[in-house]
Design a protein around this ligand. Sequence first.
Ligand code: NAG
Ligand code: NAG
Ligand code: NAG
Ligand code: NAG
Length: 393
Amino acid sequence: MALSQFSVAVILLIFFNGAESQFLCKTSSCSGRLTPEVRFPFRLKNSQDSRCGYQPDFDLFCNKRNQTILSLPNAGDVKVEIVDYKFQRLWINDPDQCFPKRILMDSFSLEDSPFIYNYRLDKFTVLNCSYYVETLPFDRVRRIKCMSGANYSVINVPDRDLKAVTNLLPTPCKVITTKKLPLTGMELEEGMVVRWSEPECGNCELRGGDCGFRSNSSDEVVCFNLPKSGIPRGAKYGLIIGVGIPGLLFLIGLVFYICGKCKAFARPNRPTSNLSLSLGHEPTSTKAGLDGPTIESFPKTTLGQSRRLPKSNDTTCAICLSEYQSKETIRTIPDCGHFFHANCVDEWLKLNATCPVCRTSPDDSSATSTPSQSTSVSVSLPTSPRSLSRNDD
Ligand SMILES: *[C@@H]1O[C@H](CO)[C@@H](O)[C@H](O)[C@H]1NC(C)=O
Ligand SMILES: *[C@@H]1O[C@H](CO)[C@@H](O)[C@H](O)[C@H]1NC(C)=O
Ligand SMILES: *[C@@H]1O[C@H](CO)[C@@H](O)[C@H](O)[C@H]1NC(C)=O
Ligand SMILES: *[C@@H]1O[C@H](CO)[C@@H](O)[C@H](O)[C@H]1NC(C)=O
């Protein structure tokens, strides 16, 4: 008896709890699952009540192309690609897909909007060069494709690299503008990520609740419909584990793959260390790295426009796995004649005195005998800057 009354009370409680939040708002979107789900603090102007959004600043609308559009006071209409409700971030882009043009306008700013850059800003100089530049060997120097033509290139150079880049370019380029830009790690063409801090709904979202105004007449933002057992905040850590461990396995696999290749090419029987023999290892590299002057003495070449390597059809550096681009500097290991990006192979040679592909040792005299640690060393090798910078959190 008492028990059933109790359960009725519980059901009513749940019902009212739900009902209170559901005066609210169904989620909406511009084109079903193809476009971001819109819910508090955002609202879709034409299909959701004004109480569904936090403030007019968070109002979105759908344009004729079914794009989800946010109007920023000093940046115009931007397309919303993704809304990350849990971490209160917004990926915005240009509706016409040339975001760089937009962000380079002098008037572009996030002021007077509730959004801030998700990244540190750094000063960039944008150059217009009267010739074709593909890429330059600097992480953050990018050709802005949508502003460049067949006979000219608009490139974006962080001020710290400006001098080096200017020295590298064949003739001077025109400065279009200098501007503080976010260090997104994305291509500028891909738009950028901004975040908001008010209202604080991320915690509620992380725990699986619905965020919204307490009632029609209240401006207090509360969390409704929290699941009893709650999705733990550990979901975040789950993600890290879910992404991190496969990533690590991939790296380890890569190392084994490269090592497998190396062994296949390894010179037979050049025992250099009793220790490695007594441990039953193959007598491959047992050397510590080379010193700077030795590394510098190996031949260097700067690739021309054709990007063709001397005497080779290899197009990819086996260390960082990225393709060679014109104007990049490559270094040859004498004895075996394998090529690598100079900056990649220099790092390698500091740690290993052997060619990473064939294990030929280019310099016997300067190396010292130590046990091989090639596996643990390889894991910490520089990967391509792009894959690193993807990690934007
Ligand atoms: C926009 O979305 C609606 C509904 O999802 C669809 O019927 C319409 O064809 C879409 N329009 C365009 C231009 O994609
Ligand atoms: C860059 O220079 C070319 C001519 O070399 C010109 O056509 C183009 O409009 C310039 N772009 C910008 C953004 O100034
Ligand atoms: C670009 O260069 C090519 C050959 O150098 C020339 O034929 C073409 O007219 C140029 N285009 C422009 C827009 O200047
Ligand atoms: C809350 O607002 C909605 C839509 O504006 C309205 O239909 C509803 O009656 C309101 N509820 C209360 C309790 O005022």
